[in-house]
Design a protein around this ligand. Sequence first.
Ligand code: TXA
Ligand code: MG
Length: 334
Amino acid sequence: EASLTTLHLLATDPTAVTQAAELARDGQLVAVPTETVYGLAADANQPNAVKKIFAAKGRPADHPLIVHVADKSLVTQWAETLPDYFDALADAFWPGPLTIVAKKRAHVSDVVTGGHKTVGIRVPNHPAMLALLQQVQSGLAAPSANPYKKISPTTAEQVLFGLSGKIAAVLDGGSCEVGLESTIVDISSPTPRILRAGPITKADLEAVLNMEVEEPDVHTVAVPGNVKAHYQPSKRLTILSTQALTSRLQLGCAPNTGILYYSSEIESILSEHRDINELVDLKLGAEKTKYAQGLYYGLHQLDQSSATEILLEAPPRTPKWRDVNDRLMRAAAQ
Ligand code: TXA
Ligand code: MG
């Protein structure tokens, strides 16, 4: 396939959103900023445009895409038979990092839904993306803007690193504020069920709905975010407890070991041992939302650095950290 010249459109430029909208209407692929991660968007009403997403990412055709819309009122263009509690969810969490899976309307293409009878929908919380959605007057089907199985991008530069030459443009809206993919909740059956852990937790959903939300211990649903090896750096990633990482650092690591950590314990060990270790280290926020915001960015940085392998300090395992641990487990899977 012929290589494209990928345009880098700065969202701060007044014409950028209009240019991106024209490209999308013309059936081209545009990477878009959201608050979670960058998406790779095509007009969800143009199956031939949506097909290009799978080709650019190398994504299997049966993996469904999320349709992004400008506001709640547009959901009924894509989904039907919504349960009563749909409004409560949309009002509490949109625009925001929640994807709702509901029964699809007949016209919604199998290319978008991967042949499923349901469709995933989200109103993202990013001003440039919302402006774009308003201009295209359609839904934008968009998975994360990374090659299949790789780490999702949280900056336009990372999008270009993975997909330059394969897409028409990237709309650069800066760094993603949340940094991890949305929570996915299936509301197509009577009891809501979490299909992918995300920034909005089971407890957050239950507090709004006043009803139980199912969350399987291990997400087994056959969807791409749930495959065992996913979100992967190209270098070997090993997750170590704070104690195990401390011992490794005290023993002395091989030169050019990448260290991704967050605790002050590791920080002080690193400063004591910096002379004997030639390390490529990067500190993440110790608080969950900060940590999540920086995680993919840090993994990308170390992946593209001189580091030969990456050691990551295991974060806490409380329910709040579930999405982080879910992604890390897949990122480190062999
Ligand atoms: O935060 C996000 O969700 C980002 C931004 C760009 O919105 N998008 C994202 O898309 O992470 P993707 O394709 O990388 O992951 C979407 C997940 C996949 O696991 C997919 O299988 C699931 O959503 N999904 C989409 N439609 C579905 C459906 N009808 N039934 C079950 N799962 C669905
Ligand atoms: Mg993805």
